[in-house]
Design a protein around this ligand. Structure first.
Ligand code: PLP
Length: 390
């Protein structure tokens, strides 16, 4: 047999399923008149004053690489922001902060820098699609903990305890959560911090949706007693400042871990884009008003979609953060995939099957409400027709 006809892709990569979201959206491409509650990104354009800073950087001729860790002015802004809005955590911009290509890269670097083959990485599920895939790519073992609807999809500390073994090394926390919009309570966060300390776990805190918390926003877990030295804090500008296309994030954490992450970053990425770093300084220093305006719009949309879904007979909890709802469709008797496919085919409303976020998402769908109120109203009307016909 010719070498080229053998399977050339590494075994552990072949074993990873395609992203359930992307796979589903291949069905959407090419279809006309779709109302999409599918893709999880803000429908707002980046605020003008932030775009102006990117433009100014281009006009000044800032088109070069930066140092591997990022512009010091960006890292200073990031550390100021973490201190001001995440519970007073103080990071040294020289040694404890790294500019990354989105939280995506920050997460990837942290996993690769920390996981030895066979290490177990715990996360609540339904979860962001990248977590299990990233863990497998680093030869780690994904250990999901089911977060249940009756607990508002929060991570129950008792359920977490049951999953801890001698091989447990990392705990991923993502609250507000993609896909459920769940947040933690202060007492849950405290208990989780105690568990992490007791079992010597490193916490990867993906706080990308933190600003989009509607009631009682919590500080970062990194700000709790004894947690800074065991937490990698991951944040970025994509969601709160509607800057997904800028691809900018940052990681803050203990010096040894940031050094390890920087080593991978310098060989694989070199640095985060300079123009995005300049724009992000403006977002972090002066973006609060624009962010709050967008958050209020998301809050109105959340209320509209939650009320609407419950009204048409699709039970839906009111989530406290992010821009997703995770309604229950179990009672229709359909699987999540069948429901989402049928809804798309018959009513041209795109949602994501809950199982794209892990097997515990069965019986649910994810709807992203980062779309106009008008589109939400149209989607609800169509979903009502669909439910009546089931
Ligand atoms: N983390 C979570 C939980 C997300 O939902 C997303 C994007 O949807 C990311 C990270 C990636 O963010 P970024 O655009 O900063 O790479």
């Amino acid at each position: 047999m010719e070498k080229s006809s053998l399977n050339r892709v590494a075994k552990h990569i072949n074993g990873i399923p395609k992203s359930g979201i992307r796979e589903f959206f291949e069905l959407v491409i090419g279809s006309k008149d779709i109302v999409s509650l599918g893709v999880g990104e803000p429908d707002f354009v980046t605020p003008k004053h932030i775009r102006n800073c990117a433009e100014a950087a281009i006009h000044r001729g800032q088109t070069s690489y930066t140092s591997n860790r990022g512009l010091i002015s960006f890292r200073e802004a990031a550390c100021r922001y973490a201190e001001k809005y995440f519970g007073g955590i103080k990071y040294d911009p020289q040694t404890e902060c790294l500019a990354t290509v989105g939280v995506s890269e920050g997460f990837d670097l942290a996993i690769r820098a920390l996981v030895n083959p066979g290490d177990e990485v715990i996360y609540s599920e339904p979860s962001y699609v990248s977590y299990p895939a990233e863990i497998i790519m680093a030869f780690g073992v994904p250990v999901p903990v089911e977060s249940k609807e009756e607990n508002n999809f929060s991570l129950n500390p008792d359920d977490l305890r049951k999953k801890i073994t001698k091989r447990s090394k990392i705990l991923i926390l993502n609250f507000p959560c993609n896909p459920t919009g769940a947040t933690l309570t202060a007492s849950q966060m405290q208990e989780i911090a105690e568990i992490a300390t007791e079992h010597d776990l490193i916490v990867l805190a993906d706080e990308i949706y933190s600003e989009l918390t509607y009631e009682k926003r919590l500080p970062s877990i990194a700000s709790l007693d004894g947690m800074k030295e065991r937490t990698v804090f991951l944040h970025g500008t994509s969601k709160a400042f509607a800057m997904t296309g800028f691809r900018l994030g940052y990681a803050c954490g203990p010096r040894d871990i940031i050094d390890g992450m920087t080593k991978i970053h310098q060989y694989s990425m070199l640095c985060a884009p300079i123009i995005a770093q300049e724009a992000a300084i403006e977002a972090l220093d002066h973006g609060q008003d624009a962010m709050m305006e967008m958050r209020e719009a998301y809050r109105r949309r959340r209320d509209l979609i939650v009320d609407g879904l419950n009204h048409i007979g699709i039970p839906c909890r009111c989530p406290n953060g992010a821009f997703y709802v995770f309604p229950r469709i179990k009672e229709t008797g359909m699987t999540s995939v069948d429901f989402a496919k049928k809804l798309l085919k018959e009513q041209k409303v795109a949602t994501v099957p809950g199982t794209a976020f892990g097997s515990s998402g069965e019986g649910y769908i994810r709807c992203c409400y980062a779309v106009s109120e008008k589109k939400i109203a149209i989607a609800l009307e169509k979903m009502e027709k669909f439910i009546k016909s089931c």
